[in-house]
Design a protein around this ligand. Structure first.
Ligand code: FES
Length: 143
């Protein structure tokens, strides 16, 4: 195990701290940074988080065109958009790279990614459309 406490002691109080790796290291990093502001502590897991059941279907509206796309219970927003021929950007499709991050115009996201902090998820400003879903029947995205 890395000497996390020693490494973190060299970071100033205004430093953003990043850690990427296996879960035991992330757990140790999170514990070692518990006294830091959460918006300055960033982690990236090698595996996506365990998710609950897929949930219900919902509708995504694309704010720029007004077009709507139905997202099936077993389908990601990204997959629904791609099936509808809408250009998207993605890579991992597991909520760990951030390439598909999309601005939320209205509606409430159900975040299932490993990137956004709890505060960022609660702010409901952006979401990873490859893995996250919607708590509302209609989700309007800045697409
Ligand atoms: S494609 Fe990587 S986070 Fe969505």
């Amino acid at each position: 195990m890395l000497p996390l406490a020693d490494l973190l002691a060299t970071a100033t109080s205004g430093s953003h701290l990043y850690c990427c790796g296996p879960q035991p290291m992330l757990d140790a990093f999170i514990a070692a940074t518990a006294d830091r502001p959460m918006n300055m502590v960033h982690t990236e897991s090698f595996v996506p988080p365990e998710t609950a059941s897929p949930g219900a279907g919902f509708t995504v509206e694309l704010a720029r065109s007004g077009r709507t796309v139905a997202v099936a219970p077993d389908q990601s927003i990204l997959a629904a958009l791609q099936a509808a021929g809408i250009p998207t950007t993605s890579s991992c499709k597991q909520g760990i790279c951030g390439l598909c991050e999309t601005v939320i115009v209205s509606g409430e996201a159900e975040h299932r990614d490993s990137l956004l902090t709890p505060e960022e998820q609660a702010a409901n400003r952006t979401m990873m459309i490859c893995c996250s879903r919607s708590r509302s029947d209609l989700l309007v995205l800045d697409l």
